[in-house]
Design a protein around this ligand. Sequence first.
Ligand SMILES: Nc1ncnc2c1ncn2[C@@H]1O[C@H](COP(=O)(O)OP(=O)(O)O)[C@@H](O)[C@H]1O
Ligand SMILES: [Mg+2]
Length: 470
Amino acid sequence: MSWTEKYRPRTFEEVAGNQKAIAEIKKWISGWKAGEPQPPLLLVGPPGTGKTTMAHIIGREFSDTLELNASDKRSQDAIMRTAGEASATRSLFNHDLKLIILDEVDGIHGNEDRGGVQAINRILRESRHPIVLTANDPYSKRLQSIKPKCKVINIRKVHTSSIAAALKRICRAEGIDCPDDVLKELAKRSHGDLRSAINDLEAVASGEERVGEELLSMGEKDSTSNLFDAVRAVLKSRDFSKIREAMRVDDDPTLVLEFIAENVPREYEKPHEISRAYDMLSHADIFFGRAVRSRNYTYWRYASDLMGPGVALAKEKTYRKFVRYTGSSSFRLLGRTRKQRNLRDSVAGKMAERMHISPKVAISLFPYMEIIFGNDEMAYEMREFLELTDEEVKLFRKRKIKAPKAKKTRKKSDKTGPLYTQKKKSRSADRGSKSTEGKTRKSSDDKSPGSDSGDDKPREKQTSLFQFSG
Ligand SMILES: Nc1ncnc2c1ncn2[C@@H]1O[C@H](COP(=O)(O)OP(=O)(O)O)[C@@H](O)[C@H]1O
Ligand SMILES: [Mg+2]
């Protein structure tokens, strides 16, 4: 059972936030109990705020609950039967009252059910039973004819501190030790959607005894400081035995891989070093996958060597500088909302396909993508390369991407040429095209073929950062 189900409130006292709304609902219930029929209750508010939950809690106050789906044929029949039964029985005894629940009447699950609206209106007209409706969108067209017949109660986003408190209760019940600031952070990211906050908590904490330190703070002596020791050994040294030693961590090796991937661009400075390091990581990733699938753990060894010494030797010499390593992005990139998670996954999918890496590694590259997208030209080219939508680009960059100016001189275009030219070129090689970007191609078309071929050399040398030969 998911945690959202497991910890679904059974009483009003357990519901977080919305105390005013609850007071009104209680008044409405007392009205019915006192033998005074009340108008249908319409709970309107954003997802994950407890509307369905409250509808069911209300149901406990009556003899029975009948949950109907107004866009479903069988439900419509049931609606009519109930409505008929109700209108035939002129006076209902209070203990016979059934609560009729019509959940999500604004029909976010499809819109060709006009019959649904008619059926709803009919039951609102005819039923003598108490009715609770819920909806997400107060401006939904479907609600226009329904709203005037109802007592509308606005359900608001749950306050961050109430969400944090709810998460804390769950952690206590699950026997998980999770620092308050992590809970607070999770709460903030959920933007008032308690369902998504609980889902996120379950994703990071389920089955753990303690969570969080590795995600929000660093440097404490625990298993994660070992994780960072491993990252540091790989990125900071070229000493085999030291690296192998440091890589003996308890953590899932793919997590180590993610941490290394995330920090490579923070430590390494030369493009070809970074390129080579990612090449190693992408191969390691493939071998980890193979090890798991085939249960042949020799692959594990290959993968570890690629990920450790392989990445370590990708640099020409060690850098003398202080770098603060991060390991928070996989946490941050859980995504605040379902929408963001979908966005994250679709971008990761595109990266995975084009770069021959796993979506998980793709996500670990997001911080690097942010750096790339900070540069106008690279942003433009990366967007074309991955075929990202405007919405997806926003994951890495707030400003709009301007189309690049036509290149004035060949020299300039060489210097700032696309990072991935090699890969693209190899695809379009037989077509003889040197560059695939609109404006750039235009300028190269202007040139004679001779100058084009001379153009190849510098580009070739500018090793692609994204050449993951998988
Ligand atoms: N106000 C709340 N108090 C406590 N738990 C909540 C609240 N809102 C949502 N939840 C949690 O999220 C889950 C989904 O809530 P639900 O009532 O289905 O939201 P809605 O119908 O508003 O989208 C519940 O099972 C519960 O675990
Ligand atoms: Mg609901």
